[in-house]
Design a protein around this ligand. Structure first.
Ligand SMILES: O=C(O)CCC(=O)C(=O)O
Length: 251
């Protein structure tokens, strides 16, 4: 599906994440809106590129919530927020990290991993719902241009993926393909990887992790919130303005 935004069933999406560890949600925003976001990102990519980035053929842009209003809007997209509120069974969800990832033509690495905070949790990891990752497609994703790799059901393994997978593609892995404006939403422990870009165009994604408000976030979201002009109430919540702050009893 391309162009139109479609209506989605949050309960069905959450049921699929519970069962398989992920759900592909098509056309959350129109292709035109995804193009607007990609153009905003392209300006940042050009401003922030360094020789090291050009050599690595991959570029991460952080702080996007305050660098352009369209990224603040997508971070607080009502469907995405509703999916994670339902999945995490908590209205007060917050965002742990929000950034963009671009693979340029010639990028050729794999790096299988789960996401933060699983890196720091003792194994076997708890199977309860800790956090949910969102990969927004800003380009049409294909096998050729480096659609993200992921392994269905791997969120139940309770451990990280084997390091040798970075050398040999695992038999059970799938490739995220689909139209820009769509998103893959998944359990934070699902094994996934960026993939080589064998096309002649850059491939960009936005990555947003949502979690329950008592977890330490991966990034300092409050410091970023200070730089957002006129944040909505939902954006303030997501960036941690309403979460419990440690205090001193009686103090
Ligand atoms: O850009 C991608 O395809 C995936 C990136 C990723 O997995 C990450 O940054 O954690």
């Amino acid at each position: 599906m391309d162009g139109a935004e479609v209506k989605h069933d949050v309960s069905a999406i959450v049921a699929e994440i519970n069962e398989r560890g992920y759900c592909f949600v098509p056309s959350i925003i129109s292709a035109a809106k995804a193009d607007e976001a990609r153009r905003a990102l392209e300006r940042l990519l050009a401003e922030e590129a360094t020789d090291e980035i050009r050599r690595a053929k991959t570029q991460r842009v952080g702080g996007i919530a305050y660098k352009h209003p369209i990224f603040a809007e997508l971070l607080a997209h009502p469907l995405i927020v509703s999916i994670w509120q339902t999945y995490l069974d908590d209205q007060d969800v917050i965002c742990s990290t929000w950034s963009a990832n671009t693979a340029y033509p010639g990028y050729d690495k794999y790096g299988w991993h789960p996401d933060y905070p699983y890196w720091w949790i003792n194994q076997p990891w708890p199977l309860k719902r800790v956090c949910g990752q969102t990969i927004w497609l800003l380009d049409d994703f294909s096998d050729e241009n480096g659609g993200t790799g992921f392994v269905p059901g791997s969120h139940l393994e309770g451990r990280p993926p084997p390091p040798e997978w970075n050398e040999q593609w695992p038999a059970d892995a799938q490739i995220l393909t689909g139209a820009r404006g769509s998103a893959l939403v998944f359990h934070g422990a699902l094994w996934h990887t960026a993939r080589p870009n064998r096309s002649d165009q850059a491939r960009s994604a936005l990555l947003g992790m949502y979690t329950r408000p008592f977890f330490l976030t991966q990034e300092d979201m409050l410091a970023q919130l200070d730089k957002v002009e006129n944040p909505s109430e939902m954006l303030r919540q997501l960036m941690g303005a309403k979460r419990h702050q440690p205090n001193i009893i009686g103090g």
